[in-house]
Design a protein. Structure first.
Length: 169
């Protein structure tokens, strides 16, 4: 593969690659597992992600309740693949363990993240690397500039190749 073709392919892959996002099915799993009448979201009707995440759109970093489920109850922390059985298991262990009062809080419409015991015992969420950076929700202007730069690079390479092929007079 020619270097210019490799650059174009790599650029297009980077341009269209998806980013890790929240698991959209998790709020429903929480609702069903804890037998709630509705999806619980302390931030209001925003889909349920704020129970565990610091934003209503999910992703990272986690709030204390989400951190507790990952670090002490075995919830998978895979940012790409949704693992419903892992969440069901973590919630089941939570209900049967010393932190069962958090489930009672959720059932009573109380945000478990405000529990002073949870806040005191929660291990800190790592705040470094890509997980801390704000992620764009769209591909925005940077993607347009990347596509334009790749197109210009391809045109320049094509012109250079054409000039090399011309016979010298």
């Amino acid at each position: 593969m020619k270097p210019i073709t490799a650059c174009l392919v790599a650029g297009l892959v980077a341009l269209w690659a998806g980013e890790a996002t929240a698991h959209p099915g998790y709020p429903l799993v929480v609702k069903d597992t804890l037998q709630l009448t509705a999806i619980f979201d302390p931030s209001g009707p925003n889909g349920g992600c704020y129970l565990c995440h610091q934003t209503t759109g999910g992703g990272t970093p986690l709030r204390p309740f989400g951190t507790l489920l990952v670090q002490q109850y075995g919830l998978s922390s895979d940012p790409v693949n949704e693992d419903d059985p892992s969440l069901v298991s973590a919630l089941g262990e939570l209900q049967a363990g010393p932190d069962a009062h958090l489930v009672t809080d959720i059932k009573n419409g109380i945000d478990p993240n405000n529990d002073p015991v949870l806040e005191a015992s929660a291990l800190p969420t790592p705040e470094y690397g890509c997980g801390v950076a704000a992620r764009a929700t769209s591909r925005g202007p940077s993607a347009v500039w990347l596509a334009a730069a790749l197109f210009a690079l391809a045109l320049r390479a094509r012109r250079a190749a054409t000039q090399l092929e011309r016979p010298v007079e």
